[in-house]
Write a protein that binds this ligand. Structure first.
Ligand code: SF4
Length: 475
């Protein structure tokens, strides 16, 4: 006999981007490797319509043993409402929550009284140990890593010792359990129009120290075994005729020899694969040899994104990114020689103490680089990041209070707190100026039309541009 567990990814209904819940897929795969005691159903708000009625219909007689919600911070209110709904209809079934919501808020997530447990950070080991505790009492609650729970009126946060998997035990997500095929008809995260795609993380962790980053997977970089990756992609390709692999490692090019192995291994499975790197390359550490390697595979490598953030050396140092701008410029220019790879830059405006001249120099840098696209995001300090901890305590408290009251949408497109030396009006004008002046270059428009798939230009490009300029998305 197996026990039913229901996973729900909390998201917007009909969002612009529907992204498969890879984290849940990894937890499920890890669980399956360790036990066959559980039968798992997975739902995604973004994919399933009328989810609440479906849950009532499906589980009113055969009740599951556990509901597990996974959520971003910005869906706090939705988690509140969904957990309240679940406790109304399934009052004796425990609810556990995980994902970036918990990693950001930690014990404060237990302000939602309907939630029984929460797990922060990496979830595979923690969830498995939690199930042992919950269903068999093999483990004491105090020894479940990363678990948050109530003990009488007190909220207890267990340390995360032992929660991080090593290179050999990080699983590939169980793509079938998360219904990967349902996402094919929606655009990929960064590149629309390249056919059926699989999002893929080949490593966890990042050794850099950007102060605005959550670094959910910690500083130590861990690599998933190459055979494990290739076997999973081979199976999916055989079954679904995959065309596009969207690689989402934090810094894929940190280990160039491994990066080459991964790219070559994927292309040996399917020589016509399109590859994209939406989370990006670090631009100042790319060797000439790796640039040649990339340019020689320009028919396959369709998209690379670079996190540049600021042109100001002072700001680079302040945010501990310490990107060498000149090296980054030279490398991006060399990659652009292929003319076929779509290059994108991410810039941030409004760092604490940032001055007008520094913002303008960032905009000028973006315009001067041979990029097809750029985003100019406003700096918004995420809870539980280093930059957040530098805010005055009353500002921190107000942000958390607004999130808990459901009054602050922390979508990075719309959530803005002005930390710079400029007025809100000035920084808003500069943001719009950045977009307009970046895209008004005839040379850039020519390169976009020449290189980008039409579906990408129309489905994503124009849509983002119009929303950005209109302020509907505050970029
Ligand atoms: S922003 Fe990127 S490079 Fe910086 S610490 Fe985070 S994952 Fe690493």
């Amino acid at each position: 006999m197996s026990y039913k567990i229901v996973f729900i990814k909390v998201d917007d209904e009909n969002p612009l981007i529907r992204f498969p819940p890879l984290g849940l897929g990894s937890i499920i795969e890890y669980l399956k490797k360790n036990t066959n005691a559980f039968d798992i159903d997975v739902y995604d708000y973004a994919i399933v319509s009328d989810l609440k009625n479906l849950l009532i219909r499906k589980y009113k007689t055969e009740k599951p043993l556990l509901f597990c919600l996974s959520s971003l911070l910005r869906h706090y209110k939705k988690v509140y409402k969904l957990s309240s709904f679940l406790k109304t209809y399934f009052h004796d079934i425990p609810i556990i929550v995980g994902g970036p919501l918990v990693t950001s808020l930690r014990e404060k997530v237990m302000n939602i009284k309907h939630i029984d447990y929460a797990i922060y950070g990496e979830g595979e080991v923690a969830f498995y140990e939690y199930l042992k505790y919950l269903f068999s009492n093999w483990t004491s609650i105090k020894s479940v890593p990363s678990l948050i729970y109530r003990d009488s009126q007190r909220v207890v946060v267990n340390p995360n010792d032992g929660a991080e998997l090593d290179d050999f035990s990080i699983p590939m997500p169980d793509y079938e359990s998360i219904h990967i095929e349902k996402y094919f008809k929606y655009q990929s995260y960064e590149m629309g129009g390249l056919g059926k795609y699989i999002p893929l993380m080949t490593s966890r962790g990042c050794p850099f120290s950007c102060t605005y980053c959550h670094r959910t997977f910690g500083r130590k970089i861990r690599y998933i075994e190459e055979d494990k990756i290739f076997n999973a992609i081979k199976q999916l390709t055989n079954k679904y005729k995959i065309k596009h692999i969207a690689i989402l490692d934090d810094v894929f090019n940190i280990n160039e020899s491994r990066a080459k192995n991964i790219i070559n291994g994927l292309l040996s499975i399917e020589p016509d694969f399109y590859l994209s790197f939406g989370n990006g390359f670090r631009a100042d550490i790319i060797s000439n040899d790796f640039i040649d390697f990339i340019n020689n595979r320009r028919k396959n490598i369709k998209f690379i994104s670079f996190g540049i953030e600021s042109a100001s050396p002072r700001i680079q140092s302040l945010i501990k990114k310490n990107l060498d701008i000149e090296k980054a410029r030279v490398n991006i220019e060399k990659i652009s020689m292929s003319e076929e790879i779509i290059l994108s830059g991410n810039f941030m405006l409004g760092f604490p103490t940032e001055k007008r001249e520094e913002i303008i120099s960032t905009i000028n840098l973006a315009k001067s680089l041979p990029l097809h696209s750029a985003s100019f995001l406003r700096v918004s300090p995420n809870v539980n990041t280093e930059i957040f901890s530098t805010l005055p305590v009353d500002v921190q408290n107000n942000i958390i209070k607004d999130i808990l009251n459901g009054e602050l949408d922390t979508n990075f497109h719309t959530y803005t707190i002005n930390l710079s030396e400029l007025s809100d009006f000035e920084i808003n004008i500069l943001q719009r100026h950045a977009i307009l002046s970046f895209y008004s270059s005839k040379r850039r428009v020519y390169r976009i039309i020449k290189s980008m798939p039409l579906a990408m230009i129309f489905k994503q490009g124009l849509f983002y541009l119009i929303r950005s300029i209109s302020g509907r998305y505050k970029i």
